[in-house]
Design a protein. Structure first.
Length: 504
């Protein structure tokens, strides 16, 4: 380590956020531009370089965290970038979007605040781009083998880049008009500006990856035809089949799934018009502007909806979470170190909603905990106007006398996802792929399906997970494909298809 007493002398400091009143008026990232540079070397110096770095085990990519922490502390950014990119294709994605299980596994976290691993990671990635340390790495020779990757989210992009660098010719098929998957249209720009995605896509294109957008496999191109065209196929379609809420009144207009809402907002931003500043003359049905909004679901997707609705100038925004409010400290009996604990966390969106008081009927951060939706009621035109809820105990049983009603002109269901879309006559049916008991694409330990030459990477096989797991899946699946095509591989295999996060 650079300073053996750094963790004793330097307190944890995180990236500073812009003032709420400023940042909710635009779609730029919430953090102060350049705010990390004055503090990040000292923060990296807090790393103990402990003998057994559990941050490695907590990270499915196996990121070499103590190594690049020390290099940042010594102001060697080029070497830090090399060590970071040795295990992670897209550290600027994980540094912005990952909830940092590595920090939960930091040895310092046993009895004091962990190293700001996530902030160090994103600082290295941004510095690498600014200083020209990142460039295209086309293969020296081509193998003559071809691979189709279906889906351009983080798993698909990681698999495509690894296979291209191994010498194979790779085409990525994306059903949307632009590549990126949920990174493009699911993640709001205030969490990750799209320029970070675009420059990685440009890097992949320069390395030889070919992108085929506005093309849905199973509709525009038959699955059998795709198998005929390519030597191998990687399915990285994600887990986009959302969960439903089966309560009375669900059929009312104005009750929408969260992802179409986020997609609409991101498309509006992508087209150069901010939903917060330039609302169309004809109100969009998915717009939250001027409406009382209720978000059902307490996860990250719900928080993304919250931040988006705040920027659209909703009349009010409330988020319902069926679980009790988590504690502020780790429960060592239920979730011992180094597992990732369920804690009360204040995202940027919750900070904004709390400061702006978007939900007068809710707690300080716009969330109502231990709240279960009973039914919806609407007006004579069949549009939702009220959400009826009740408080529940830890077993989700209603508590007598706790019923209440919230005004609701727009309800967004953010209840999570249970597997890939399985439409009649679609890709899964055409390939006759099997599903496991949770609706995920079945695969063996080598990421392979029962169909020869067809592999599965990412949430389609794992279920909804974190961006860091998606990238690890893409890298590991690429190694499996390379081995299947050539009989051996030198590509890294950070995880197995059936590996899971550390748990009790």
């Amino acid at each position: 380590m650079a300073d053996p007493k750094g963790f004793l002398s330097t307190p944890r400091r995180e990236a500073p956020r812009r003032p709420v009143e400023e940042r909710v008026r635009d779609w730029d990232e919430v953090y102060v531009p350049g705010g990390l540079l004055p503090i990040i070397e000292a923060q990296a110096d807090r790393c103990m370089d402990c003998g057994i770095p559990f941050c490695h085990e907590a990270c499915p990519l196996g990121n070499l965290i103590p190594e690049w922490n020390e290099l940042v502390a010594r102001d060697d950014w080029r070497a830090a970038s090399e060590r970071l990119h040795a295990t992670n294709n897209f550290p600027e994605f994980t540094g912005r979007l990952c909830p940092a299980p590595c920090e939960a596994g930091c040895v310092l976290a046993i009895n004091q605040p962990a190293v700001t691993i996530k902030n160090v990671e994103v600082a290295i990635a941004d510095r690498a781009w600014d200083d020209g340390f990142v460039g295209a790495q086309p293969p020296e020779r081509h193998s003559g083998r071809t691979v189709a990757v279906v889906g351009s989210g983080p798993a698909g992009l990681a698999a495509a880049q690894q296979l291209t660098r191994a010498g194979h010719t790779v085409a990525v098929y994306e059903r949307d008009d632009l590549p990126g998957g949920l990174l493009r249209y699911g993640i709001p720009a205030f969490k990750m500006e799209k320029r970070h995605l675009d420059r990685r896509l440009d890097q992949l294109a320069k390395e030889g990856v070919r992108f085929r957008t506005s093309t849905e496999i199973g509709r525009d191109i038959g699955a059998a035809e795709l198998r005929t065209r390519y030597d191998a196929v990687v399915l990285a379609t994600g887990a986009t089949a959302w969960r439903e809420l089966d309560v009375p009144g669900r059929e009312l207009a104005g009750i929408e799934q969260a992802m179409p809402y986020l997609t609409w907002a991101n498309r509006t931003y992508e087209n150069g018009r901010s939903p917060a500043r330039e609302a169309p003359e004809t109100p969009e049905p998915l717009s939250a502007a001027g409406k009382h909004v209720v978000i059902v679901g307490g996860g990250d997707t719900g928080a993304d909806c919250l931040g988006t609705a705040v920027r659209e100038r909703a009349a009010s925004v409330t988020q319902l979470d069926i679980y009790d409010r988590p504690g502020d400290e780790r429960d060592e009996d239920a979730e011992p170190w180094p597992t990732y604990p369920k804690l009360y966390r204040l995202s940027a969106a919750h900070e904004e909603a709390g400061e702006l008081r978007t939900a007068p009927a809710a707690d300080a951060d716009a969330r109502l905990f231990a709240a279960s939706t009973l039914r919806f009621t609407g007006d004579a035109a069949g549009h939702v106007r009220e959400l009826h809820l009740v408080e529940v105990d830890a077993a989700r049983r209603p508590l007598p006398g706790t019923g209440r009603t919230l005004p609701a002109d727009l309800v967004l269901l953010a209840l999570g996802f249970h597997g890939p879309e399985n439409r009649a006559g679609g890709l899964i049916e055409q390939l006759e792929l099997g599903l496991d008991d949770r609706g995920r694409l079945a695969r063996d330990a080598a990421f392979a399906t029962d169909v020869p030459g067809v592999f599965v990477a990412g949430d389609a096989g794992r279920g909804a997970s974190l961006v860091v797991w998606a990238i690890a899946e893409g890298r590991a699946a690429a190694a499996a494909v390379d081995r299947w095509l050539t009989g051996r591989t030198r590509l890294p295999e950070p995880i197995g298809a059936h590996d899971r996060p550390m748990a009790v």
